[in-house]
Design a binder for this molecule. Sequence first.
Ligand code: PLP
Length: 493
Amino acid sequence: MGHLCDSGLMVTGIMLSKVLGEWWHRGDGPAHRQLADRVQVLVLDGRLPLRTRLPAERELATTLGLSRGTVTTAYDALRESGFIASKRGAGSWVELPARPRQVTPSWSLTPYGGSVADTFIDMAHAAPGAPTGDLYPAVQAAVARLPEFLPAHGYYGNGIEMLRGAIADRYTRRGLPTRADQIMVCAGAQHGISLVLAAFVAAGDRIVVEHPAYPAIFDAIRQVSCRAVPVALTALGWDLDLVEATVAQTAPRLAYFIPDFHNPTGLCMDAEQRIRLARLAHRRQTLLLIDESMVELGLEHPAPPPVGAGLPLSVQENLVHLGSTSKTFWGGLRVGWIRGQSELLHRLAVVRAGTDLASPVLEQLITVELLEQADDILPRRNKELADRRDQLTALVRERFPGWSVPHPPGGLNLWIDLAAPVSSMLALTAGRYGLQLAAGPRFGVDGAFETRLRLPYTLNAEDTVTAVDRLAAAASGMGGATAPSVAPATGLV
Ligand SMILES: Cc1ncc(COP(=O)(O)O)c(C=O)c1O
C-alpha cells in the first residue's frame, strides 16, 4: 500500500504486515535483517510516512508469526541506523536518519550535488534534463522582456496574461477552446494537484485514482486526509465499465486520471473513452482532475484531443486540467497550470491566497518563449526520448530475459513486469550499487506492484548503460530463490 493510514500517524500489526507483503521474508539472510531492510525501503520510498507509529514488538511478532526476539532485533537495527525512534511509553515511530548510514543517498527529488551526483545514478525519478540549447536563448529573451514588468508590483495572482494566453491557445489548438481567464499558472502540476485538493475535497472524501498511478498523488491524497479508491489499469488500458461501477459504488468527490502517456505505464486513453469519462463525471457530479503532464510526450503518435473536447460546456464544468513544463522543458522551471471554468479558478485563487501569492515572473516569461518554440523543440526532444526508450528496452531485455518489457507509445517510463515479487528488495539492493530505483509498490496502494519496476528512459546513453550494469549487479547480488536471473552483457546493444 502506498500509505498506511489516512492520518499517517499509526499503523497496526495487520496493516504493517499488509504493506510488507507476503514476500518480504523470502530473500536471503536472517528474518530480523530482512524485516529491518524491508521497513527501511518502506520509509525511504514514502510508503511508511515519517512519524508513523509502528506496532508494538509483541503485536508485530504475533501478526507476522515471528518470535518476539526477531522483531526486537529488527527494531534495534532500525533504531541504530536512525530509521525509527522510540520513547518509553510512546512506542516507536518512523524517522529518517539525520545522516543515512549504509543507505545513500536520500530519496529526495533534489539534485544531490557534488560527489553524490557523481556517484549515484537516479532512476527513481522520471524527468529529463533541460534542453540547454533551447533554454539559454529562452532565458535571454525573457530577461530582455522583463523590464516592461518591473514598474508594477509583480504579483500576478493567476499568472501573467501573456503566458495564460499562450497556454489557452495551445488548448484551443488541441480542440478544447480556452480563454486566458480559464488558466491559472502555478508552480508545477504537483502544486496544481494540492491546490485543487485544498479547494474541493474535505477530510474523509474518496478520490478515485488509476492503479498504478503517479506516486505523489497518493501523498497528496493522504495529506488532505482523503481515501484513495484505486481502479485497476491493466496492460490493455482503462476499463471504463470498472470506472463507472467504482464511481457508482463509492460516490467519490474527485477522480484523478492521467490519460496521456500515463505515468508509470505510458498508456494513452483513446478518444471514445475520453468522451465517456467526461460524461460519466458530469452525470455523477464528480470533479474530474485530468493530469496532462505527459501530454506532449507522444513517441509513436500524438495524444487525442483533451478530455472534454467537443462536449457541451455543461459537461466541462466538472473538468479541471493540469499542465506542466516539467516533462517537456525542465522540472527546474517549476511552471505548471490549472485549466478550469472561471468560477472554479476563482475558488482556487481564494485558497491559493493563503499559501503563495503568485508565480515568479521571469520563469513565466521563459515559458512564454519556450511555448513559442514548442513545435520546433518538442519533436527533437521526443526523438531523443524514443531513442533512449529503445536503448533501455534493448539493454533490459538482453540482461533480464525473464522480465517483460513493454513498448510504451509515449511518456517517460518502462513499466516492467519482473515475473516475481522482488521489486522492493531490488530497489534496496540497487542502492548499494549506486543506483536509485522507485520500487513498484510506490505506484499503488496496499502493497500492490511488488512484481513491477518503473524504469525511466531519461538518462543519456552512457548513464543508461552504467545504470543497467548496476541493476544487473544488484539483481545478481540479491541472492535468494526469487532473485532475477541475469544474462551477461554482449556489448552489442
Ligand atoms: C503525472 C504527473 N503529474 C505531476 C507531476 C509533477 O510535476 P511537476 O514537476 O509539474 O510538479 C509528475 C512528475 O513526475 C507526473 O508524472
